[in-house]
Each structure stands twice: as structure tokens, then as C-alpha cells.
Write a protein of this length. Structure first.
Length: 343
């Protein structure tokens, strides 16, 4: 991976903040702060003021305990990780059929949710990514690619912005250098963005444009099938890349499925119109389906709430509850088991 010039890079340019510095103890002042730039099955790589280096993993830990974007303190003698610093944001998803959480990226300021101006545009899937971003306290931005291939790009933008209050959406031609200028407000010095989206939407092409990569340095890209607008995976791991503007981009593999858990707050932000009506329901644990005195159903009847939105909220809310452990047991002896069911 191409790294920044060690003569010009600084911790602040890497995304180091006063809040991170405050986590260091007096005994850790000699430890080197580094930012994880690559997570592989058996190794970690990280960036510091002196460039990219391979790290030694602490005993009783695995690379799955770390995410690209993490900050760690490293022993200057043997490059062993001493400890990971607390994250200000963490993107993770539930692994299907297990309680394991797969780490996607850490310390991300803005999540670029990438979709195409074609049949890939799927509001229900975009809402999953939005809930993920909201739950991680990361700012979401919808990035609409292949805008040059449709005469109606503006309609895709308006549909995307309607998914959540105050949501921004930008349509781009991922191959055009003007894209970097369009996305510059989120890619400034020390800022970190992550790219998520399904395969074939142009994430790798977008990364190459934002990071100024070409030739051997460029990420592999792949096309999509014309019949269903679906693509194949061209990115198979997560990695951190510098942009000419001094920001950082984390690329991620395409996701065919995204299972949600522990994102109740994220759903409240996404479906604010439902969350704001719920306190007016007669029953505190109203499911907004059949109960008398339901303010949400009243809004649907009045035509002020889209029934399709409510149905999508109900599906994600149910999934989130089933995937979120609930504390049980006597006070002071809590155990997490089972799932929380609505009546």
C-alpha cells in the first residue's frame, strides 16, 4: 500500500485528536501511537509518523479484535501492540446465525453509503446502512454512482434524501476527477470516511478517484451484470488509504447481507416520524399494529405517515430486538441471554 511521506505526515493528519491523547497514561508517553491500516487473518499493519509497519499481536488476542481505523499504542522496541485506545465510533454488523459481531471500521467521521442510479437503488437496503451509521454515531452520506448513465439522476437524489431527515445525497461519476471536489467537504485533512455498499456499485472506482490511485496502486474494479445490475466482489479486505486532501478512506468488501443488532437509537433517528408519534400511543409497549389508541396507526389512516415506511420500520425493529441481548437476573448479577420480544 502506498503510504504518506514520513517527512510530512503528522499524528493530527492521521486523525489523532486531543481526546485520544488524553487516554494515554503517564507510563505510556513513550509508546508510539499508530493507526491500524490493514487487518488480515494473521497480521496487522499500521501507520505512524514514520510510515507503514507490521505489528506484533498481543497474546490472547486475534486480528478480529481490531478494526481498520483503530488507534493503538505500540512498544517502540519490538512493535508489539500494548493496547487499543477507546473508539469514538465503531461500525460493526452481526454475523448471521451467531452472536458474533464483525468489525467493519473504527473512528469513522462519515459513512459513504454507495449505491448506483439503477436497479441497485434499494430503499430498504439503504435504510439498513443508515441505521448502522446512526447507531455508530457516524454521519451518513448517500453517494449515488453511475449518475452519468441515467437522465434522471436528480430523482434518485431526492428519493435518497427522503429516507431520513437532514440526510444529504450526492450523485457522482466515480471515474471523473471532479468527484473528489464534490466529496471534499467530508474528506479534509485528518477526516476519515468509510465506503459501504453492495458489490458492483463502484466503491473501488470511487476509492481510486478519491485517493488518486492509478496503475499498480489502484484497487481492482469490476463491472456489473446488465440484466440485474448486480456485481461481483472486487475488494476482499478492509484497508486505509490517504487522499491528496489529507483525509483517509476505508474501503470495505461488498455486503450481500447486513444483519442489525444493538441499533435501537439508530432506528429512532432513521424513522423519526415513528419515534416521535410513539409516546402518544395509549400503550407504552405499543407495536403499532392493532392496539386501540395507536397514534402511529392514526397517522397512517390520516395519510401523514407512509404505510410502507411503517412496515419497513416494523421489520427492522423486530430484527434488532431479536439480535440484541437483554440483561436478565438479579441486580448486580446481570446476564445477557435470549432476545427481547414484543407482545
Amino acid at each position: 500500500m502506498k503510504t504518506a511521506d514520513p517527512k510530512t505526515i503528522s499524528l493530527s493528519a492521521l486523525g489523532w485528536t486531543d481526546a485520544l491523547d488524553a487516554q494515554r497514561t503517564q507510563d505510556e508517553q513513550d509508546a508510539i501511537p499508530m493507526r491500524i491500516s490493514g487487518v488480515h487473518r494473521a497480521r496487522l499493519t499500521a501507520l505512524s509518523q514514520s510510515g507503514n509497519t507490521r505489528l506484533r499481536i498481543p497474546p490472547k488476542t486475534t486480528t478480529s479484535d481490531f478494526a481498520v481505523g483503530d488507534w493503538v499504542l505500540v512498544n517502540p522496541t519490538d512493535r508489539a501492540v500494548l493496547r487499543r485506545l477507546e473508539r469514538h465510533s465503531l461500525l460493526q454488523r452481526k454475523t448471521a446465525g451467531t452472536d458474533i459481531r464483525q468489525l467493519i471500521a473504527a473512528n469513522v467521521d462519515t459513512l459513504f453509503i454507495v449505491t448506483s442510479c439503477n436497479d441497485d437503488f434499494n430503499p430498504a437496503r439503504l435504510e439498513r446502512y443508515l441505521a448502522l451509521a446512526n447507531g455508530a454515531e457516524t454521519t451518513p452520506l448517500i453517494v449515488l454512482t453511475k449518475a452519468d448513465q441515467t437522465p434522471d439522476a436528480a430523482s434518485y437524489q431526492s428519493r435518497a434524501m427522503a429516507l431520513q431527515r437532514d440526510l444529504e445525497a450526492v450523485f457522482v461519476n466515480a471515474k471523473d476527477t471532479s468527484t473528489a471536489a464534490a466529496l471534499a467537504p467530508w474528506c479534509g485533512r485528518g477526516q476519515t470516511v468509510a465506503l459501504v455498499g453492495s458489490s458492483g456499485v463502484g466503491k473501488s472506482t470511487l476509492l481510486n478517484t478519491l485517493a488518486g490511485k492509478s496503475g499498480e496502486d489502484a484497487q481492482l474494479t469490476g463491472g456489473i451484470r446488465e440484466d440485474d445490475a448486480k456485481g461481483r466482489h472486487t475488494t476482499t479486505s478492509r484497508s486505509l488509504h490517504e487522499t491528496p486532501a489529507g483525509g483517509w478512506v476505508i474501503d470495505t468488501p461488498g455486503m450481500r447481507t447486513l444483519h442489525l443488532g444493538d441499533v435501537a437509537t439508530g432506528l429512532d433517528v432513521l424513522f423519526a416520524e415513528v419515534a416521535e408519534l410513539a409516546p402518544d400511543c395509549r400503550f407504552r409497549d405499543c407495536t403499532h399494529q392493532h392496539e386501540p389508541g395507536c397514534a402511529v396507526q392514526a397517522a397512517v389512516t390520516a395519510g401523514t405517515l407512509d404505510p410502507a415506511r411503517l412496515e419497513r420500520w416494523r421489520k427492522l425493529d423486530t430484527e434488532n430486538r431479536e439480535n440484541t441481548p437483554v440483561a436478565t437476573g438479579a441486580r448486580g448479577n446481570k446476564k445477557h441471554s435470549g432476545t427481547k420480544k414484543r407482545r
